[in-house]
Design a protein around this ligand. Structure first.
Ligand code: 2P0
Length: 331
């Protein structure tokens, strides 16, 4: 990096896991206990500008136009890892914006850290490859590694590899253009954050070991379904992985109940629709929002049906998108 300030803008999309990540093999290094398989969403975007400036005495973080010191610690930790790799110690101003409501329960940490590592790498001219960027994003937030890639994405555990996890694309977005609808059932913040919820589940749920042991079979089933573009098979394994994760959460002490009544209504409605021949399945993460994944021809029907459920306060629609990328570079 030259002594002038170096500035780059990158964007990234959130992703939702179909085969879920829940639990940590190594809390210090943020290594997940299980692999995961996700889809990256277009239409929902985090845009992040990183400007390294030798005149700064600390990092500064702005989120949606407002300085957010309470979020700066995680940003600095992530930047420190990129700086270490690039051999620099210059501080940065980071400005990040989401064009979607955080209440949608679409892990903004995933798109946030994916955009951050891509922008920081480019601003420093570090030239790190995708695998390494994904690994840096994973250390900040497990799901963030998946937003480095587009379409259908798998994060694998690779304890003997150069990195403890390897993330890569299974299928491009255009190869199987599924649609996603998020039915927001509660716009408030979630009760228990993911990291805390994972630790509670690991430490207290009698079902946690089974959850971890059964994940590789779910992953290979889902991977094969994606490769065959077999919607029914993907629906089956995705709903199973979601419900199994929630079973582990529910059986923690105290039990983690992320759902509300509307979430359950949505689950029932999606299942009724699929039994009636509509190609749609549900997934639910660490919050009460219901995510419906469908084939393009079912989109309008699913949207209508979910919007009609009492308690659904808003809907967010998306297709599948590309991985994190640089969109502007100024030096
Ligand atoms: C997932 N979730 O696979 C799962 C399903 C939520 C439920 O990954 O602790 O914010 O930062 O690594 O990535 C949310 O957890 O957790 C998540 P950390 P992260 O999408």
């Amino acid at each position: 990096m030259n002594q002038e300030s170096a500035k780059t803008t990158a964007l990234a999309h959130p992703n939702i896991a179909l085969v879920k990540y829940w639990g940590k093999r190594d809390i210090e290094r943020n290594i997940p206990a299980v692999g995961s398989l996700s889809i990256t969403l277009d239409g929902l975007t985090t845009t992040t500008t990183v400007r390294f400036d030798p005149g700064l005495e600390d990092d500064r973080f702005f989120f949606d136009g407002r300085e957010a010191p309470e979020m700066a610690g995680r940003v600095t930790c992530c930047l420190d890892r990129v700086r270490r790799r690039a051999g620099v110690s210059t501080y940065a101003v980071v400005e990040s914006e989401n064009d979607f409501p955080t209440a949608a329960g679409l892990a903004s940490s995933a798109s946030g850290f994916a955009a951050l590592v891509v922008a920081a790498d480019a601003a420093l001219g570090a030239g790190l490859d995708r695998s390494e960027l994904a690994d840096l994003a994973r250390q900040a937030s497990g799901s963030a590694a998946r937003s480095l890639f587009g379409g259908f994405v798998e994060l694998k555990l690779t304890p003997d590899g150069p990195y403890p996890t390897e993330t890569g694309q299974l299928l491009e977005p255009s190869a199987w253009p599924l649609r996603v609808l998020v039915a927001v059932t509660d716009p408030g913040p979630k009760a228990v954050g993911s990291t805390e919820g994972m630790l509670m589940t690991e430490n207290t749920s009698p079902f946690y070991p089974t959850w971890v042991e059964s994940s590789p079979a779910d992953l290979s089933e889902a991977r094969a379904a994606v490769q065959r573009r077999d919607f029914e098979a993907l629906a089956d394994v995705s709903e199973s992985s979601c419900l199994k994760m929630h079973a582990a959460m529910l059986s923690a002490r105290p039990g983690l109940v992320y759902w509300n009544g509307t979430t359950v209504q949505g689950i029932r409605r999606v299942r009724e629709l699929r039994s009636g021949g509509v190609p749609v399945f549900f997934t639910v993460d660490a919050g009460p929002q219901l995510k419906a994944v469908c084939l393009p021809e079912a989109f309008e029907r699913v949207e209508r049906e979910l919007a009609a459920i009492p308690g659904v306060t808003s809907m967010v629609a998306s297709g599948l998108g590309d991985g994190a990328r640089v969109v502007g570079d100024r030096r």
